[in-house]
Design a protein around this ligand. Sequence first.
Ligand code: NAP
Length: 478
Amino acid sequence: MAMTNRKKALFINGEWVEAQVYSKLFSPYSEEVIGEIPSATPEEVNKAIEAASSAREVMAKMPAHQRAAILERLVDLMEKRSDEAARIIALEAAKPISTAKDEVARTIQTYKFAAEEAKRIHGETLPIDAAPGGENRVAYTVREPLGVIGAITPFNFPMNLVAHKVGPAIAAGNTIVLKPASQTPLSSYFLAELLQEAGLPAGALNVITGSGTVVGDKLVSDNRIKAITFTGSPAVGIGIRNKAGLKRVTLELGSNAALIVDKGVDIDKIISRCVKGAFSFQGQVCISLQRVYVHDSLYESFVEKFVEATKNLQIGDPLDPKTDVSALISKDDVERSLDWIEEAKARGAEVAFGGTAEGNILVPTVLLHADANLKVSCQEVFAPIVLINKVHTVEEAFDLVNDSRYGLQAGIYTENVHTALLAAEKLHVGGVMINDIPTFRVDNMPYGGVKESGTGREGIKYAVEEMTELKLVVFNRN
Ligand code: NAP
């Protein structure tokens, strides 16, 4: 608690710099003040970009084993301070502490993968004589760091989604200016402290908090920044893409992830996983289970068991280890969610459970027979709301899943291998999970979406590709 309950400073060029302007940070659950956070001015952002730019050479020249060693030391430090890390996430994001601990464990994995990947970045030799005119030449590629990476991150995984940017950036020998979400700055300042202790050179990581428009805009428009890696909402992501010019842009955006439950599936085996997928961290997960399409032969029993399991979820204080569901990130999101539920009710959907709020906590909500045009169906709810609809065939379900502006991940439970293969082929998403919810993610898999869910992939190795330039070298021996 002591660590978070104080005034923070910007982290620029390896130093803690007092900012000109501050704003208070409130707990989404208790609404108490939990910190005073710098709101960086454009001049302060400029200093951070300058520092990252000056540190480029040191990082680019650092041997792979040293980059790996820094990341390994970070892993050790984070393991030692994992309880503190989880508490920070729980405080600033209202993430239930048990879920926050899972996030810290995953963050440690992500940095371990980054440490390992640092040693595997390589090009290839090319059979350039395969083309007439290419005779007697030696050709190979190398992967060079891009330079300064601008990383902009969301509130919902304040440690692990930052790790998916900072980890591969360091592994590849880049420098970083990181702008975390305004609601979750403490996790990023904590990371800066650990990386400083781990021996990262000054300027290689700079943490700048402040408004998305001021800090974000400056990062996106500054020519010294060679790539923007952004995770957040589609609206902001599309705006970034439009402004970024020739910069590399990786966009990890939202979704309304769906699951298909085929006939013949053992419902009892999958219910608890489906409930977790729908309501974990209050549904504020980009691959949160939002839409479920169940074969009519199983529909009634699926709904009954799902609602029964939902009733057992504990709502309350994020710091209480028994809590499953806590406050939404803001009051506005509670209001928005209630409005969307009202719209659904008014247009024929049935509320099988929930549909109300207790303070800033939206009670986990199960909607039935929701029309495809409702906001709860076609937009990203980012709240503990799931809809369960009946389908007669898997083909009908494929069409419903694909009838979305998003396409991050989708899941299907089926006992039929032909149906599984057909789903893998037909579902237009970045990742198809067979016999699992769409909410499955481990940190080394390629992760990213199609359509308005974004462009580019994360998952260390894939992020390293996005953060390096492929250079070709050809020796003429003629
Ligand atoms: P958000 O409102 O889009 O904010 C994301 C980040 O962008 C924040 O740091 C925000 O700063 C910043 N930002 C805001 N306006 C900006 C601008 N004009 N230029 C540059 N940066 C700007 O998203 P969020 O509410 O934090 O996160 C939820 C969203 O993230 C959901 O849509 C979710 O699906 C998506 N998400 C996607 C993935 C994935 O991997 N695909 C993972 C997690 C979350 P401020 O906080 O200061 O406004």
